[in-house]
Design a binder for this molecule. Structure first.
Ligand code: NA7
Length: 577
């Protein structure tokens, strides 16, 4: 019986085992002898660790737990693994991280075997990759699909979590690790008449899984964030007519995607260590490092040459391989914004439309920048029209389309690319009750507080991968996830060695970390810009809501250093017994 709690806490297994069940449900579990009997037939409703979510984080986490010999189960709400890459099926959905920086690095075999076919791999291929990983490491049997979690309740006496699924099933575990993702809780606007539209209408996250033929169709799309911009660039030349309803425009630059040949992939495989070393050094966890020159020491012509090259380079190059000052200081940022505005004007034929596509309320890089493929050229097509909601707001959705303050539109299909309740949304959906019955949603009302984005005081034995206030939300997701999963592995190993069954972040340590998160965000030039970077979503928060602190902006290297220091000092900010 190595794969149960007795395996993890081997020095006093029976005492712990008895303690928990006798303590919580004496009537149900009865006497010691009955207990022993039941232990022999351990039904799989009890685990050392329950993991919530089988996306990129959950897959990485279960692999780690499996390697550690821990009995664990992943509970996944959807009917397939993959999280974001299972759910988002909209046309044009793809990475904007270079594919070879997005894959897991925990296995050399895996790196050697997988061929990324495009620089920025599309959703179907990404889902295939995650299933390939699950197949290769035999993870499917540790994942329960169609298992949305409704409630998690901590039992202080037994030191276990009881996790209740939406269908009423109950499971128990010593630890729960949440891997619920940053962008899995879509938000809809609240326009009058939304239920009346007679054609297909859906959030981009719920784009139908079965093929949806848009040929000749009149399509309306609301929202021009990363999802909307990918969709528009992809479908403009396939639909009959496309009307884009844009509220605030976003800066966007070319993704510059292309195929990766076999020879290139062979070279990438040789250089994986080098590539991941760059990612570890980069604040954003990407394969881009900033230009080291001082902005004011570089001539206007040289700056221009760099920007031209970066505009044509893959991915986030213009944002991340630029002079540091273009992100951090007002004037350089204005210069760069002017440059990008000029590029937009050069690509959009109608000057009035071009001006509507250029952001005025924030500088380049001050919100999460969508990457585009043919997005601006789409507006040069006769079948594509831009409607600025700043000029003519939507008044209501109708049976056949929608009505703005000026005009009525008819559509066959209506798409809401209206964003997500980022980071905390997935937690709010679950009724999480910690010690003393405290509700996490109430504790996090306003803004979350965490210890390192991994633990929460008052919620013992709950660990978060890519949780609020971790660095995951602000960086190349899998790079941060692997750091976090390794750290959690070390913490569980530490608990196992020291025979500990209750881990809780110290209240003062949590306050210190939350202050660090606040300080880092406030130091960012985008801290006053309303966007999901600053925890704002107009469909969830009131326009005058106070800023929220949902991500750590101190950069991946600093975050990793802090995690490593905490581990090397024996996790002393975590109360353990
Ligand atoms: P985003 O980036 O949050 O974008 C949502 C878009 O929807 C944005 O343009 C919003 O305009 C618009 N929006 C939201 N609500 C409304 C209403 N009520 N009316 C009109 N327009 C609205 O979400 P995405 O899905 O595009 O991208 C999410 C992340 O996925 C992205 O950052 C990547 O990390 C991957 P607003 O700017 O609020 O005026």
């Amino acid at each position: 019986m190595q794969n149960d709690l007795r395996g993890l806490y081997s020095r006093r297994p029976r005492a712990l085992w008895f303690f928990r069940f006798h303590c919580i449900m004496p009537e149900r579990y009865g006497t010691i002898s009955q207990l022993s009997l039941e232990n022999e037939n351990l039904s799989q409703t009890d685990y050392e660790v329950l993991v919530i979510g089988a996306g990129v984080a959950g897959i990485c986490q279960i692999k780690k737990l499996k390697d550690m010999g821990v009995t664990a189960l992943v509970l996944e709400a959807s009917s397939g693994l993959g999280g974001t890459w299972y759910n988002n099926r909209y046309p044009g959905c793809r990475f904007d991280s270079e594919s070879y920086t997005y894959g897991f690095k925990f296995s050399r075999d895996l790196l050697n075997e997988w061929h990324w076919k495009e620089m920025f791999s599309p959703q179907p291929e990404n889902l295939k990759y995650l299933n390939f990983v699950a197949d290769k490491f035999d993870l499917h049997k540790h994942i329960r699909l169609d298992a949305p979690v409704a409630q998690m309740k901590w039992d202080e006496c037994a030191r276990i979590w009881t996790v209740t699924l939406e269908d009423g099933d109950e499971l128990t575990s010593r630890f729960v690790i949440t891997c619920t993702g940053a962008l899995g809780t879509p938000t809809m606007p609240s326009y009058e008449g939304m239920n009346e539209f007679e054609g297909p209408s859906f959030h981009s996250y719920y784009w139908p899984h079965e093929p949806l033929d848009l040929t000749g169709k009149r399509v309306g799309i609301i929202g021009t964030g990363a999802s909307g911009i990918q969709i528009i660039g992809d479908i403009a030349d396939k639909v009959g007519a496309l009307t884009v309803f844009q509220r605030r425009p976003n800066w966007s630059v070319p993704l510059n995607n292309r195929d990766i040949t076999k020879a290139e992939m062979a070279d990438i495989r040789q250089r994986y260590e080098e590539i991941f070393a760059v990612c570890a050094e980069s604040n954003g966890g990407f394969d881009h490092l900033p230009d080291q020159r001082v902005y004011e020491n570089v001539s206007v012509e040289e700056r221009r040459a760099l920007w031209d090259a970066l505009y044509d380079a893959p991915g986030f190059a213009l944002l991340l391989a630029n002079f540091r000052e273009t992100f951090l200081e007002a004037e350089p940022n204005r210069d760069l914004s002017d440059y990008v505005a000029e590029r937009i004007r050069a690509r959009v034929n109608d000057p009035q439309v071009a001006e509507q596509l250029i952001p005025r309320d924030h500088g380049f890089g001050m919100r999460r920048m969508p990457m585009e493929t043919g997005y601006f050229e789409a507006y040069n097509r006769d079948n594509v029209r831009l409607v600025s909601l700043l000029d003519t707001p939507i008044e209501r959705i109708t049976r056949t389309g929608l009505q703005t303050s000026e005009e009525s539109f008819d559509f066959d299909v209506l798409v809401y690319a209206t964003g997500f309740d980022v980071m905390t949304g997935a937690f709010d959906k679950i009724d999480i009750r910690g010690a003393d019955g405290q509700r996490l949603k109430e504790k996090w009302q306003g803004s979350p507080t965490t210890y390192l984005g991994v633990m929460v005081n008052g919620f013992p034995n709950m660990l978060m991968v890519a949780g609020p206030q971790s660095v995951s939300g602000s960086t190349n997701y899998p790079r941060a996830i692997e750091v976090c999963v390794d750290w959690i592995g070390a913490l569980l190993e530490h608990a196992r060695t020291a025979d500990l069954s209750r881990l809780e972040a110290d209240v003062d340590a949590e306050a210190t970390w939350t202050q660090e998160v606040i300080d880092m965000q406030e130091a960012m030039p985008f801290s006053k810009v309303k966007s999901w970077f600053t925890g704002f979503n107009a469909n969830v928060q009131a326009a005058n809501a106070a800023p929220r602190y949902i991500a750590y902006w101190g950069g991946a290297p600093r975050y990793t250093k802090i995690l490593n220091r905490v581990a090397s000092e024996g996790f002393r900010d975590i109360n353990m017994d």
